[in-house]
Design a binder for this molecule. Structure first.
Ligand code: OMP
Length: 234
């Protein structure tokens, strides 16, 4: 029996005031909040602390990609912050992933390092345009296996790749899936998408949802409806 799939809100908003206003509306409705580059670059560590103090678990989505030493130093810079998940790019290679893991072990044992595989905004054509000859699935699996061998316990991938990864990975890695759209909502630029219930049924550990909640008339109701969909998914 797999774990209950959880909702993570992608807090992609233009300023702190609207973000805090949104979080006040959502307190009690959800547990996890993802802070991405938009908010982090503008408001930094203080904002991360503030979100943690409001009682939310923080997923810091910085998608780090650099030489191993630089990534390790960046991870260490987060020491003391309430960060429960942090993203790095698996395409940075095994050495980079191991350096990030070691840095996390030294500074924040509670922080899970997640490896991003192939972004959900890619399709076969845009992948090929970057010079990769493999299919999208082949590339995702290659990166996922490298992440698993490097010791990572979680991956960010499209929900369309869950089955492939569950079948081919040796361990029960956490699969965090953005590119989620409740039935009838706008897909925006996301290309590899799925509904919350299907993602949960297929084996997603956490779904990441931004605009379908942020732009809803009643964000708390939208979040609750998604959580119900996840709980009802059989
Ligand atoms: O790492 C991510 O969270 C991520 C990876 C990916 O492949 N695709 C993707 O959309 N994301 C993030 O997931 C969120 C999706 O937001 P919405 O498209 O508004 O639901 C954004 O914050 C993206 O940065």
């Amino acid at each position: 029996m797999s774990k209950q799939c959880k909702l993570i809100l992608a807090l992609d908003l233009p300023d702190k005031e609207s973000a805090l206003d949104m979080l006040k509306k959502l307190q009690g409705s959800l547990e996890w909040v993802k802070i991405g580059l938009q908010m982090y670059l503008k408001y930094g560590a203080d904002f991360v602390r503030q979100v943690g103090e409001m009682g939310f678990k923080v997923f810091l989505d910085l998608k780090l990609y650099d030489i191993p030493n630089t990534v390790a130093s960046a991870v260490k810079s987060l020491e003391g912050l309430p960060v429960s998940m942090l993203t790095i790019h698996t395409s940075g290679g095994a050495e980079m992933m191991k350096a990030a893991l070691n840095a996390a072990k030294e500074t924040n044992k509670e922080m899970q390092i997640l490896g991003v595989t192939v972004l959900t905004s890619f399709d076969e054509d845009s992948m090929r345009a970057t010079g990769f000859d493999r299919t999208l699935s082949e590339q995702v699996l290659k990166l996922a296996k490298l992440a698993e061998e490097s010791g990572l316990s979680g991956l960010v991938c499209s929900p369309l790749e869950i089955e492939l990864l569950r079948k081919n990975l040796k361990s029960e890695m956490d699969l965090i899936t953005p590119g989620i759209r409740p039935a009838g909502s706008d897909s925006n630029e996301q290309k590899r998408i799925m509904t919350p219930s299907l993602a949960a049924k297929t084996g997603s550990s956490y779904i990441v949802v931004g605009r379908p909640i942020l732009k809803a008339e009643n964000p708390a109701e939208a979040a609750k409806a998604i959580i119900k969909e996840l709980k009802d998914a059989k």
